[in-house]
Design a protein around this ligand. Structure first.
Ligand SMILES: O=C(O)C1=C[C@@H](OP(=O)(O)O)[C@@H](O)[C@H](O)C1
Ligand SMILES: C=C(OP(=O)(O)O)C(=O)O
Length: 428
């Protein structure tokens, strides 16, 4: 599907974004490992989280959708059963890597695969620690890429010093650790999103966090719980960038998760001069949530590098668009991980904004943008990547002429109503 974006003057309104993708995945997975009923409200009905539901169902867990909520009836850690077919994680790295951790703890054979994009993403990073814990785990192309075959069970607790700042790696090891005796510890090179730790505690597991060192104790009793998922900041950021860069905008995005390990983009936007008001802060199912109002204005360039990168990794395509609309230079460094997402997001961002007339240069671990050049509408490739499609749309709102986005249906991965939401707040 091709979508055409026309320039708009401003964005105004009062909206909500769908539930957080990272937390929706984890709520289903922990619900499956808990005993009894877990009810998940504000679940993200995006393709990635639906993949997680299907995988968990294939393992014999009762999961169903009741109106707008998901109900999981778990039978505890030992209740998962050998699937009679290959498990399909679709486009979702989180599904594949976190489920690999769970399957490493289960005494049966399973195979995880995914779409062409996911089959190009590195799996060694989870296979190595899971093998060290005792799982039999093999994959295509010298243990690099899915399909990945796992024979689990008999897992031992380890202390794992992760070479990569990845919440998916950390989570895979911690989830496998649930099946071991004693504490399993992950030491991260830089802190990453902590939803797994928070949700494990919320379900009643013993978790200890000391700076970059996270431990979980195995064989917990986890009773089913009610989980209310906050709105996804990674979806909200596209609206916030567009609002911040367009004078005259006044947009309220309600119920957004502002967990500090996810909210790096808010800090960066504020540093760029965005007028953001973060109000009504509260804790929902162990996660901080707020309503965010943005007023349109002028942005200036900034530096984005170092330990903040994992706190905004998925927001970098949106922030690149903000940088193209800002005055002055923006430098993004230490973000080579972007190359291992649904597509190589460094090359993709440089191509997208370059074709729209921005002054952008590719670097090994990021890019440099000299902002302020007028953007022109173009024929844009989404590369089948939901975040690239939404970045193109936001750039198109402030470009001259029409922006056409190819394969724009991929927004259904994380924000199925993205284009409708954008239409509802656009002031022509
Ligand atoms: O744990 C998670 O839910 C995620 C972790 C990040 O990936 P990495 O762990 O590969 O950095 C992020 O990019 C992805 O969208 C979701
Ligand atoms: C990288 C992403 O997700 P995943 O790794 O789960 O495919 C994303 O949503 O931007």
């Amino acid at each position: 599907m091709e979508v055409a974006i026309k320039p708009v003057h401003a964005l105004r309104g009062d909206v909500q974004v769908p539930g957080d993708k990272s937390i929706s995945h984890r709520a289903v997975m922990l619900g499956a490992l808990a005993e009894g009923e877990t009810v998940i409200d504000n679940f993200l009905f995006g393709e990635d989280c639906l993949s997680t539901i299907r995988v968990v169902q294939s393992l014999g867990v009762n999961v169903h959708i009741e109106k707008d909520r998901v109900v999981v009836r778990g039978g505890g850690l030992n209740a998962l059963r050998e699937p009679d077919d290959v498990l399909d994680a679709g486009n979702s790295g989180t599904t594949m890597r976190l489920m690999a951790g769970i399957l490493a703890g289960c005494p049966f054979f399973s195979v995880l695969t995914g779409d062409a994009s996911l089959r190009r993403r590195p799996m060694q990073r989870v296979m190595q620690p899971l093998a060290a814990m005792g799982a039999g785990i093999m994959a295509r192309s010298g243990n690099s890429y899915a399909p990945m075959a796992i024979t689990g069970g008999d897992i031992r607790a380890i202390t794992y010093k992760s070479p990569v700042a990845s919440a998916q790696v950390k989570s895979a090891v911690l989830l496998a650790g649930l099946f071991a005796d004693g504490p399993t510890t992950v030491i991260e090179p830089a802190r990453t999103r902590d939803h797994t730790e928070r949700l494990l505690s919320y379900f009643g597991a013993r978790v200890e966090v000391k700076d970059k060192q996270i431990s979980v104790w195995g064989r917990p009793n986890l009773p089913g719980r009610k989980v209310v998922v906050p709105g996804d900041i990674s979806s909200a950021v596209f609206l916030l960038v567009a609002g911040a860069a367009m004078p005259g905008s006044d947009l309220l995005v309600r119920n957004v998760g502002i967990n500090p390990t996810r909210a790096g983009a808010l800090n960066v936007l504020i540093k760029m001069g965005a007028v953001l008001d973060i109000a009504n802060e509260r804790l929902v199912s162990g996660e901080p949530v707020a309503d965010i109002r943005v007023l349109g204005g002028r942005l200036t360039g900034t530096q984005i590098s170092g330990d903040i990168i994992p706190y905004l990794i998925d927001e970098l395509p949106a922030l690149a668009v903000a940088a193209a609309m800002a005055e002055g230079e923006t430098v993004v460094r230490d973000a080579a991980e972007l190359r291992y997402k649904e597509t190589d997001r460094i090359t993709a961002v440089v191509k997208l904004l370059g074709e729209m007339g921005a002054d952008i240069t590719e670097r090994e671990d990021g890019f440099v943008i000299h902002g302020g050049r007028p953007l022109q509408g173009a024929e844009c490739d989404s590369f089948g990547d939901h975040r690239m499609a939404m970045a193109a749309a936001v750039a198109g709102l402030k470009a001259r002429g029409i922006t056409r986005i190819k394969e724009a249906e991929c927004v259904k991965i994380s924000f199925p109503a993205f284009f409708d939401t954008l239409n509802s707040i656009s002031v022509q």
